[in-house]
Design a binder for this molecule. Structure first.
Ligand code: ATP
Ligand code: MG
Ligand code: MG
Length: 578
């Protein structure tokens, strides 16, 4: 077995458990959270965050909360809440914790904390650690300074506690327009020259006369992310607050805020601690919400669940398995240094998950007629093959051998190249090639038909009645070619969607490149295929290995009862070539 991937967070949690760092009555000693903002659909990067947070809780007997970070009223919608809930469940995680202590349903919304967040903001004002700033946005930008350039104090920085309190209450009461005032933290006297920009009197409340998807019009001031997040974590008794590296510079404010509020008696120690890890970057995709939205809105893809997208909804429709995605998350480890992971790692994990469990089936994707000239019209012979070659307990499937079959176009060559062992016609006194029709009979090519354009329309063969697979006679025929087929009379005609990577470029949006220049025109090819008849009853989301072709799933949106539409999940081998 390969060595486990590095995961520094596991080491931290293990050490904390051993030291009893977070041992508290009535609470598990590990509590993490996944905190999405409900402003879009989740993607594979979020899957990594879900896996990291819920996975730590699972592995160490703790719990993980699902918390919606819903403090931006304009961008958030119930639709996104629903789809996120769906995606987390689908990936295999649950916030309904079973105990032994602290059991319960741990689904939260930051908006449920609006009253408490407000109360704590008033407290900060009262102890001189927050003030109302009335500079314009432009002025604020100028007084903030820049990297290596100290900022300057706002002229409103020394307002009295009374004045600040009154203004803040008036902000809440709706007496001002958006942007007229802002509540800012006052971390220290010289905070405006801190080398960390996030410590320069960060905004903690802003005015927004906007309808919120949960609190309606109750509020016209909303807390900022950097203020809301640590408090939400502390209110939920989170032990390890895990986020991506870009939040490293936010940690000093996180710690400052929880320290001040602990002194104020709002929280007991130990308070949560923030840990940052490197985000998942996969090649051949884009995950920026803006770019995903652009592709959906411009019709480059067909909705948020288009199987070409790396959204959770898209991956689900594509047929990627939750277990395969989890395996990729596990294998890519958790580190502190940014890097790129090849998309093939995800495909490989999905393939590895599917191989032992996907039932086998036969599909002919690019059909060519095969006529068995010495097989009587109207008759059939039943052929059988295992549902799964390594799981005899799954039994057998049966399908008929008939006079007319479908084979793959590529299984016949008029003028064979060297090393080609499938059907080729007789030449002079040389007989045609002999090939085994897998699970059926050996047949020898006797000729072929062409249309007026020179296109081959049918291959003609004679079969050997005593060569049936699984019968004693089978062994006496030594053939090098072995091909798949379906009976033309019994086959299920079906639409099969051959999906491939959406981009031809490894990093389609790196370094200012326009990702739309690298769209892969072959990311979707729709073919009319002929399938083994038993696939007629494939349920939506049922996955198969189509022999020779890869793994396929009955599309959960397009499939109809008795009329499945299949998506290619992934090919059998990594066959990606630019
Ligand atoms: P955006 O900033 O584009 O709106 P976001 O990815 O930050 O999107 P959130 O809903 O805030 O969206 O993300 C929820 C959680 O998922 C955050 O903790 C975030 O750090 C994490 N996350 C997002 N993308 C990745 C990624 N590629 N790898 C690991 N974690 C990620
Ligand atoms: Mg976000
Ligand atoms: Mg975010």
């Amino acid at each position: 077995a390969p060595a486990p991937a590095p995961n520094f967070l596991r080491n931290i949690v293990e050490a904390d458990l051993a030291a009893g760092t977070h041992t508290r009555d009535g609470l598990p000693p590990v509590i993490t959270r996944f905190p999405p903002e409900p402003n879009g659909y989740l993607h594979v990067g979020h899957a990594k965050s879900i896996y990291t947070n819920f996975g730590l809780a699972r592995d160490f007997g703790g719990r993980c909360h699902l918390r919606f970070d819903d403090t931006n009223p304009e961008k958030e919608e119930q639709e996104y809440v629903d789809s996120i809930i769906d995606s987390v469940r689908w990936l295999g995680f649950d916030w309904d914790y079973k105990g032994p202590v602290g059991a319960g349903n741990h689904l939260y919304f930051a908006s449920d904390y609006f009253d408490k967040l407000y109360e704590m903001a008033e407290y900060l004002i009262k102890v001189g650690k927050a003030y109302v700033d009335s500079q314009s946005a432009e002025e604020m930008k100028n007084t903030r300074g820049g990297f290596g350039v100290a900022g300057t104090n706002s002229p409103f920085r020394n307002r009295s506690v009374e004045e600040n309190l009154q203004l803040f209450r008036d902000m809440k009461a709706g007496k001002f327009k958006d942007g007229e005032h802002l509540l800012r933290a006052k971390i220290s006297e010289d905070a405006m020259s801190s080398p960390n920009m996030n410590m320069r009197d960060p905004a903690i409340y802003r005015i927004r006369h906007a309808h919120h998807h949960r609190t309606g019009d109750d509020w016209c001031i909303y807390p900022m992310y950097d203020y809301t997040h640590p408090i939400s974590d502390a209110l939920e008794n989170i032990t390890h607050s895990i986020c991506t590296l870009e939040f490293q510079d936010h940690r000093p404010f996180y710690d400052w805020l929880l320290e001040v509020l602990s002194e104020g008696g709002f929280f007991k120690k130990p308070v949560p601690h923030q840990y940052e890890f490197a985000r998942l970057n996969l090649t051949y995709i884009v995950t920026s919400k803006r770019k995903l939205r652009q592709m959906v809105e411009e019709g480059i893809v067909d909705g948020w669940d288009d199987p070409r997208l790396p959204t959770m909804a898209g991956m689900r429709r594509r047929g990627f398995t939750p277990e395969g995605i989890q395996l990729m998350c596990e294998r890519t480890g958790v580190t502190k240094s940014d890097g790129w992971i090849d998309f093939g790692v995800l495909e490989g994990a999905v393939r590895e998950d599917l191989d032992p469990k996907a039932p086998r089936a036969i599909a002919v994707l690019r059909p060519l007629k095969l006529i068995v000239e010495n097989f009587p019209q109207g008759q059939s012979v039943e052929c059988t093959s295992p549902v799964h070659p390594h799981h005899p307990e799954l039994g057998h499937r049966t399908f008929p051998f008939t006079r007319e079959l479908w084979i793959e176009e590529e299984d016949f060559m008029e003028t064979p190249t060297k090393g080609y062992f499938r059907f080729t016609p007789p030449v002079g006194d040389q007989p045609g090639a002999r090939v085994r029709l897998k699970y059926g009979f050996v047949a020898e090519c006797t000729g072929y038909d062409k249309d007026e354009n020179g296109k081959v329309t049918a291959v003609r063969v004679k079969y050997f009645e005593d060569s049936k697979s699984g019968t004693p006679g089978a062994d006496t025929y030594k053939v090098k070619g072995n091909i798949t087929w379906v009976s033309a009379e019994a086959a299920l005609p079906a639409e099969v969607r051959l999906y491939d990577r959406l981009f031809t470029e490894e990093k389609p949006d790196a370094g200012g490149k326009d990702f739309k220049e690298f769209l892969n025109p072959k990311a979707l090819e729709i073919v009319q295929a002929y399938l083994e008849p038993g696939l007629k009853d494939a349920a939506a989301e049922q996955r198969y290995q189509f022999e020779r072709h890869g793994y396929f799933v009955a599309d959960r949106v397009l499939s109809q009862p008795g009329k499945p539409v299949f998506n290619r999940i992934v090919t059998l081998k990594d066959s990606w070539a630019k």
